[in-house]
Design a protein around this ligand. Structure first.
Ligand code: CO
Length: 136
């Protein structure tokens, strides 16, 4: 069982003020939002900008007691996670588990844009919170 890594799906960036951040990205990078979604079970509202076949994902916290809210309180705004697009999230998790990598999600769950996702603990990935994304 190996991971079939297809692409960098997105870089997730935690922001304090989502509307201000969207305006800033518009003005400075000349990009328009490609997708916006509130992901209740992750406690975030996200805005995606396309960059080639990958995305920049701005993440606003829905409250202080959410993963992104806690990240903002602890570390301030900035890179929150890196997401890799894989062919099969379940197979990727199985591979990582066999490699002894600590997982946050033991099984795939629904993500935004109707994807399947799973998070890998930063402890097992050199301090980087990693998300696996499978399109369906
Ligand atoms: Co993400």
């Amino acid at each position: 069982m190996t991971i079939e890594l297809l692409d960098l799906d997105h870089v997730g960036i935690a922001v304090e003020d989502l509307e201000a951040a969207v305006e800033h990205y518009r003005r400075t990078l000349g990009v328009e939002p490609a997708h916006r979604e509130r992901v209740q079970d992750q406690g975030v509202e996200e805005v995606l900008f396309a960059a080639g076949s990958s995305f920049i994902q701005l993440l606003g916290a829905l409250g202080p007691d959410t993963p992104v809210g806690r990240h903002l309180a602890k570390r301030g705004p900035g890179v929150h996670h890196v997401a890799y697009r894989v062919a099969d999230v379940a197979a990727a998790l199985e591979h990582l588990r066999a490699e002894g990598v600590r997982l946050i999600d033991q099984a795939p769950r629904p993500g935004s844009r109707n994807t399947l996702i799973a998070f890998v603990h930063p402890e097992g990935m050199g301090g980087v919170l990693v998300e696996l994304v499978q399109e369906r």
